[in-house]
Design a binder for this molecule. Structure first.
Ligand code: PGA
Length: 260
C-alpha cells in the first residue's frame, strides 16, 4: 500500500485528481468507482476544473457509485444521487446512460444488487475506485464486522455512522438506518483503489486501516490485501501513523525509484 501525505486538504485532492485524470487520459472509456461524503468534494471540484480549463474529457467514461441510502428518492437533497449530480455530474460530460448509482427505492433489492454486480462486470470492471473512510473504519457502508468477501447488498448502518451523518439531516432520527452498498469483495476487485481522508477525526481509523491487522472490525484494512492501493491523507490525518517517516522517505526518493 502506498501512503501519500499532503500538507493540506487541497493539495491532497489535487494529488488524487491527477491519478484519476491520468487514467481517463490514457483510457478514455475508463470505468470510475465513485464515493460520496465531504472528503471527495475537493477531488470532484478539481476534476471539474480540469474538464473546464484543460479539456479533460469524460465523454466515454462510465461510473459506478459505492452506495445509497435506502428509502431516499434521487431528488432528496441528502440522497447520494442528488449529491453526485450537484457536486460532480452536472459539472462534467459523463453521458447519463453511463452513470450507475445503487437504487435506494427499488422494489426488489436482491435483484437490483445482483444486476449492479453484473453490470460492473459487463462494463469490464472498475479501473479506479475512490473511497472515503468512516470514523469506524468503514469503506462504502461496510460497517464493522462486514465480511471482507461481501458483495453489493443491504447493510444496517452503525450507530457511529448515523451520528456522524446526522449533521446533514434535520435530526439524527431522519438518517436512514439502511443503505445499499457495494461489498468489500466488490471493492477489492477494482484494479486500483484510492482512499482519501483528512483531519484528526479520521487519524485513528486511517492508522488502523493502514498499519493495524486486516480485520472486518475495520473494513478499510482490507486495502492491505489489494495489490494497488494508495491512501491520500493530510498531515492531521497522518498523526497516528507509526511509519510516517518511512512514507515521507519513500515520497522524497520517488523520482529516483526504479521504473515498475
Ligand atoms: P466523509 O464520509 O467523507 O463525509 O467523512 C466518509 C465515509 O463515511 O465513508
Amino acid at each position: 500500500m502506498e501512503v501519500i501525505i499532503s500538507k493540506t486538504y487541497d493539495a491532497m485532492c489535487k494529488e488524487a485528481a491527477e491519478i484519476v485524470a491520468q487514467i481517463v487520459n490514457t483510457k478514455p472509456d475508463a470505468v470510475l468507482g465513485l464515493a460520496t461524503g465531504s472528503t471527495p468534494l475537493g477531488l470532484y471540484k478539481e476534476l471539474a476544473r480540469m474538464h473546464r480549463e484543460e479539456g479533460l474529457d469524460f465523454a466515454q467514461v462510465t461510473t459506478f457509485n459505492l452506495d445509497e441510502y435506502v428509502g431516499l428518492h434521487p431528488n432528496h437533497e441528502q440522497s447520494y444521487h442528488y449529491f453526485m449530480n450537484e457536486n460532480f455530474f452536472k459539472h462534467v460530460n459523463i453521458p447519463s446512460r453511463n452513470i450507475h448509482i445503487p437504487s435506494g427505492t427499488t422494489s426488489n433489492y436482491a435483484a437490483f444488487c445482483e444486476w449492479y454486480e453484473q453490470r460492473i462486470e459487463d462494463c469490464g470492471g472498475i479501473d479506479v475506485q475512490i473511497l472515503g473512510i468512516g470514523s469506524d473504519g468503514h469503506i462504502a457502508f461496510n460497517e464493522p464486522t462486514s465480511s471482507l468477501g461481501s458483495r453489493t447488498r443491504i447493510k444496517t448502518l452503525a450507530k457511529q455512522t448515523i451520528d456522524d451523518n446526522a449533521r446533514f439531516f434535520a435530526k439524527a432520527s431522519d438518517v436512514p438506518v439502511y443503505a445499499i452498498t457495494m461489498g468489500v469483495g466488490t471493492i477489492l476487485e477494482a484494479r486500483k483503489l484510492v482512499l482519501m481522508a483528512n483531519g484528526k477525526k479520521k487519524a485513528t481509523a486511517v492508522a488502523q486501516a493502514v498499519e493495524g491487522p486486516v480485520t472486518s472490525m475495520c473494513t478499510a484494512s482490507a486495502l492491505q490485501l489489494h495489490e494497488d492501493a494508495t491512501v491520500f491523507i493530510d498531515e492531521d490525518c497522518a498523526s497516528e501513523l507509526k511509519m510516517v517517516d518511512y512514507y515521507k522517505w519513500i515520497q522524497a526518493n520517488m523520482p529516483g525509484a526504479p521504473k515498475k
